[in-house]
Design a protein around this ligand. Structure first.
Ligand code: PMT
Length: 357
């Protein structure tokens, strides 16, 4: 799961969908047909999307948790960061048997969340269900399964001596975070869950004003099947080829920056596979949405090189081969302090000007 998954082009209605988001499918896309959606020329507006789709069932309960968490940390004078992590799915049927998935193990989000916690931030970790999570990621099912670190004898079960120091350190940080109550984890599965949850969270977090940061590392689907065009039941095979027409997901950064949380410090990510496109696409995102930083990364090198791009400058963070392969330094340990520094400057500048944005 931690290895990059090569992008496979998906041809739907003669169009190659091998761009930003759709690069892995768990659905069988042949041998059946589904009601075709009337494709729109561009993304629908966020308002239209929210007016025509039902919120997930868990939303009210999660809103309550976010309220309590934000109020507490605001009262205690902590900054809050909302980290999004992992990929969203796009169901092909209402009673979902098949869905299109986005790549992302959630490594970036889970790792970054740990460094934010270490720096004293309260973290709302909004992640894809079953993707990597802070602390447990070190001993997850996909990498370093915890069983590999254990041994049994007549006295019981123990951590093997060689791993005790490292495991103790992770365990101590985990317990300390639990004790301090500085981590709130919320999960999503579909892109619909993600959109509703992000909007609700942002509207609540907006009371933090400049003391909130958004770190949007999730790999969000760019295309979806609108609810009213989706097949209720499992798509049947035997009717020949499956033709899917998908609409564009609304670009959620726009209302996030302009309406839901205008004073927050917002960091988005830009993932590309073609290095030549990365600077222009990152700058385009900054211009289009008016937020503070885009972190550009390339699929194959994302664990050792990123570029922090703002309207004013471009800063590369790169691990040397020694740091990456021998010292096993995580690039997030460099990204997060740099962002915190810039968040502090943002808070200060907003204070001086009396307004942000
Ligand atoms: O989890 P890992 O395996 O460690 O991988 C980390 C990562 C490569 C997924 C991460 O570093 C990353 O680049 N995440 C963003 C990937 C992505 O979806 O990029 P994008 O080009 O589709 O979207 C760019 C930005 O626009 C994102 O920050 C997203 O929050 C935002 N967006 C996307 C879709 C949408 N409908 N509305 C949005 O606002």
């Amino acid at each position: 799961l931690n290895q990059p998954i090569p992008k496979k082009p998906i041809t739907i209605n003669g169009q190659h969908l091998n761009g930003d988001a759709l690069n892995r499918t768990t659905a069988s896309l042949s041998g059946a047909s589904t009601p075709a959606s009337t494709s729109s020329p561009g993304p629908v507006s966020a308002d239209f999307y929210f007016a025509t789709h039902a919120p997930p069932k868990f939303l009210a309960e999660n809103a309550e948790k976010i309220h309590t968490f934000v109020d507490r940390h605001m009262h205690e004078g902590r900054r809050v960061v909302l980290v999004t992590s992992g990929g969203t799915t796009v169901p092909l049927e209402t009673q979902t048997v098949r869905f299109i998935d986005n790549f992302s193990a959630g490594t970036r989000g889970a790792t970054s969340a740990e460094y934010f916690l270490e720096e004293g931030y309260a973290v709302i970790f909004m992640h894809r269900q079953f993707s990597l999570q802070p602390y447990s990621r070190h001993y997850s099912h996909s990498k370093n399964c915890f069983l590999e670190f254990m041994e049994a004898d007549d006295k019981g079960i123990h951590v093997m001596p060689a791993y005790v120091d490292q495991m103790r350190s992770v365990l101590q940080k985990y317990r300390e975070t639990q004790r301090a109550g500085t981590l709130l984890t919320l999960d999503f599965v579909t892109v619909n869950d993600y959109l509703f949850l992000l909007r609700t969270a942002a509207q609540i977090i907006s009371k933090m004003d400049v003391n909130a940061m958004y770190y949007l590392a999730a790999a969000v689907s760019d295309f979806f099947i609108p609810a009213d065009k989706m097949s209720e039941h499992k798509i049947q095979s035997g009717d020949g080829l499956l033709n899917l027409s998908m609409d564009q997901v609304p670009k959620i950064l726009k209302p996030l920056v302009n309406d839901w949380t205008p004073k927050a410090f917002i960091v988005s990510f830009k993932l590309e596979t073609d290095e030549a496109l990365l600077p222009s696409k990152s700058r385009q995102a900054l211009r289009r949405y008016g937020h503070q930083i885009v972190i550009g990364n390339i699929l194959t090198t994302r664990k050792r090189v990123v570029k922090l791009i703002t309207n004013e400058d471009e800063t590369e963070i790169r691990l040397t081969p020694e740091e990456d392969e021998v010292q096993h330094i995580e690039i997030e340990s460099r990204i997060v302090p740099e962002l915190i520094k810039r968040h502090s400057e943002w808070i200060e500048a907003c204070g001086l000007r009396g307004e942000c944005g």
